[in-house]
Ligand binder design. Structure first.
Ligand SMILES: [Fe+2]
Ligand SMILES: [Fe+2]
Length: 135
């Protein structure tokens, strides 16, 4: 599967774009890892821990940013973030026992959430920010 180009997901909000770039980098590493013939569940577990930790960190920063601009969709956006964290936690719990199969689910999950969440939900607060204070 092709690596995701983070430039496709730019919101023109530098702090958020930097976070999203790092999330894309982790997702791309997971994608490459799954395709390796010498795939090791141990490497996958480390990437998954990093993805989960960094996602939680990013969501906190993003929610603070949305609050700072008075974004009216904040509550709904937080619900979406909560669902993603729950799904990641479930994958992490399963990953401990099912290695490679979970790695494949995780690859799909990261690609879907990166594209759908960042270009959809995150795109909405970026539009709001732009309308409020055009750059
Ligand atoms: Fe985001
Ligand atoms: Fe978000």
């Amino acid at each position: 599967m092709a690596a995701i180009d983070p430039r496709l997901l730019y919101l023109d909000i530098p702090e958020m774009d930097r976070d999203h770039e790092r999330l894309v980098a982790i997702a791309n590493r997971i994608s490459a890892l799954v395709e390796r013939p010498d795939f090791r569940a141990k490497d996958f577990a480390a990437e998954l821990r990093e993805l989960k930790a960094y996602t939680i960190e990013h969501f906190a920063r993003e929610e603070a940013y949305m609050a700072s601009i008075g974004y009216p969709g904040l509550a709904g956006h937080k619900v979406q973030h909560g669902k993603i964290i729950e799904a990641l936690a479930a994958l992490a719990a399963e990953g401990a026992t099912k290695g490679a199969r979970i790695a494949l689910s995780l690859r799909l999950f990261t690609q879907v959430w990166l594209f759908e969440h960042i270009s959809g939900h995150d795109g909405e607060y970026a539009k709001f920010a732009m309308a409020k204070a055009p750059r």
